[in-house]
Design a protein around this ligand. Structure first.
Ligand code: ATP
Ligand code: MG
Length: 318
């Protein structure tokens, strides 16, 4: 895009997964990893891979977990110049184990890892100064410094005519008090929302889809891409238009990262000038391709890979 790259701010992690389903990590179990991870990192990797100009403001440790992530992002075409390397703190990590019912147990090391050391460095300022779009990832809002970086970035990017997208990742536990008020301010500046499931109703403060989307279009929002897991996705435009996209039929191996790949593909496609229906198609393909592969970022696809996936994968309910 002529205005400059899409950028994101937030956590870079490695993910280490249990090979067996079960409860927690209270005995020795088989693990697989490290995999590159962190919702903002997955988003920006997919964004870059599909061909969008993309960069991330983040922090990793001076260790292999950090190098693994930075090298993956670099290889896939993301601008890694605003990833700072902490000499003191290790790269963030998440250990995850699926339970039989599909819920997950985690052991996180994020807030007290290098991921928690995010700061508005000179490199971060330089990236913000040339950015054309900011994607706000709800998961990153748990890092206190992220709010200050976003405040700075929103002012500058909006000031140069750029746009903002928001993946709310709203968890009820996060709401209340200051967070709720800050969230409302974020929704007030967002042009594009990428909610999943009930997040639409929380963001729109209304019960039905029609009421929630109407409330959001009464603010700055001009489009909404709603994620519905294996139910596919729906585009809502401020002009009243609606496009439903059926999900691709895949074997779900690892659902982590689907929403982030969906978002990365959607935002990049729109910024490359594609119409909403085409962007939604790529986003659905990116989400579905990613759940079919073990590892949160492993299924992110290039445009060629996504084209091949679309051409060869049947749809749900067809
Ligand atoms: P995350 O768990 O990453 O936060 P999310 O809740 O934000 O995910 P989802 O709706 O789970 O987002 O997934 C995003 C998109 O990926 C869906 O809209 C759909 O197009 C695709 N997708 C996700 N899960 C599946 C699946 N099991 N089969 C086919 N497509 C899927
Ligand atoms: Mg999500």
């Amino acid at each position: 895009d002529a205005l400059g790259p899409t950028i994101v701010v937030g956590e870079i992690l490695v993910e280490i997964m249990a090979r067996t389903r079960g409860v927690g990590f209270l005995e020795p179990i088989d693990l697989i990893g490290p995999f590159p991870s962190g919702a903002p990192a997955i988003f920006i990797d997919q964004c870059a891979k599909i061909g969008g100009a993309a960069g991330i403001i983040a922090s990793v440790g001076d260790d292999d977990f950090g190098r693994l992530n930075v090298e993956r992002l670099r290889r896939d075409g993301a601008d890694v110049s605003a990833i700072s390397v902490s000499p003191d703190y290790p790269t963030g990590s998440a250990f995850v184990r699926y339970r039989a019912d599909g819920s997950r147990d985690f052991v996180y090391n994020i807030a007290k890892s290098a991921a928690g050391l995010l700061a508005l460095t000179a490199d971060a300022k330089a990236m913000i100064a040339r950015a054309g779009h900011l994607h706000v990832m709800g998961t990153a809002l748990a890092i206190p410094e992220v709010w200050a970086i976003l405040d700075h970035a929103i002012g500058i990017i909006k000031g140069r005519g750029g746009s903002i997208s928001l993946d709310p990742n709203l968890r009820k536990e996060l709401l209340g008090g200051q967070t709720e008020e800050r969230f409302a301010r974020l929704i007030d500046v967002a042009d594009l929302l990428l909610p999943s499931g009930d997040e639409l109703f929380v963001a729109g403060k209304a019960d039905g889809e029609a009421a929630a989307t109407a409330a959001l279009f009464g603010r700055a929002v001009t489009e909404i891409a709603l994620k519905r897991g294996e139910g596919g996705s729906t585009f809502f435009g401020a002009d009243g238009s609606r496009i439903d996209c059926q999900a691709f039929a895949v074997d779900e191996v690892d659902p982590t990262g689907a929403g982030d790949c969906f978002g990365g593909a959607y935002v990049a496609s729109r910024r490359l000038g594609m119409p909403a229906a085409m962007a939604l198609e790529y986003a659905n393909a990116a989400g579905a391709r990613n759940v079919a592969v073990l590892g949160p970022m492993e299924g992110a696809g290039s445009r060629r890979e996504l084209d091949a996936f679309i051409a060869t994968t049947p749809r749900h309910g067809v």
